[in-house]
Structures are given as C-alpha cells and as structure tokens.
Design a protein. Structure first.
Ligand code: ZN
Length: 153
C-alpha cells in the first residue's frame, strides 16, 4: 500500500494511466468565489518514454505564449519534472471540453511556428537548450492522438 500524499497526482497510480491524456488534477476556490483548475497534460507514457529537454523546453515557451492568444484565463503552463507532460492551470474556466479545444488550438499553432518565443539569454534561463523542431514533433505526436485525450486509464 502506497502512503497517501498531499499532492493529488502523487496519489494517481502512474503505472495504470495511458498517455496521452488531459485530466483535471485539482480545483481551488478563492474567498471571492474565483476558481483555479489545474490540469495534467500528459504527453508521454510514465516510466516508458519522456520528452528530451530542448524539445520540452521549447514547447513550454511556445504553449505559454500561444495560449494567451486564446484565453486570458491562463494562470500557468509548466513542464513536469519527470518530462512526461505539463501542468496547465486556469482561473474561472470551467469547461473540460473548452480545455481540450484550447490545447488543440495551441498545438496546431505550434506546428506553424517559425521561432521559439523568448529563447535568448535575456528572456530565458537556459537559452541554449531549445529545439523548435523537437517541440513541433511533440505537438504533432500529441495531436495525432487527440481522440485519446479524454481517456486517462
Ligand atoms: Zn526558457
């Protein structure tokens, strides 16, 4: 029996999930009724595959920038340390189907990108570690499996 931990996704059995998927991983409500929803965008099968650093990093920059073209409710998109996916947090954005559509729109735009935004030493903490082509490959692979995004197990 695995000990129950504070973080919701640590209590998810990562050997049972089937990537790729998009899963609501948490909700928080503020004092004024505002709600923050956190999603797991799982790109790669845990402990079987992972994204390499230049590609996951460039896709992070691209998704962070492009997502704000579609929504003013993005709190954050950030990579998982295990390099198998991203966390997406939104505020007052309640529809799972809208999130699915948002991610699809973002990734379609990634495929059209001609450069990685902010990949220089002024705007990024590791400007040498980027790959536009790698990011596009990840986006394409994820889009190729979009029929599976709603299925976690
Ligand atoms: Zn960076």
């Amino acid at each position: 029996m695995v000990q129950k931990l504070n973080v919701e996704s640590f209590n998810l059995d990562h050997t049972k999930v089937k990537a790729p998927y998009i899963r609501l991983a948490g909700k928080m409500k503020g004092l004024n009724g505002d709600e923050v929803y956190k999603y797991d965008l799982r790109f790669k099968q845990p402990n079987k595959e992972h994204m390499d650093m230049p590609a996951i990093h460039s896709l992070e920059h691209l998704m962070a920038e492009i997502s704000r073209n579609y929504s003013d409710k993005i709190v954050d998109i950030s990579p998982m340390g295990c390099q198998t996916g991203y966390y997406l947090s939104v505020i007052n954005h309640f529809s799972y189907e809208d999130i699915i559509q948002l991610v699809e729109n973002i990734l379609e735009d990634v495929l059209k990108a001609t450069e990685v935004p902010g990949c220089n030493e002024v705007q990024c903490g590791w400007a040498a570690s980027h790959s536009l082509e790698g990011a596009k490959t990840l986006a394409k692979e994820m889009l190729d499996h979009k029929d599976e995004w709603r299925e976690v197990f």
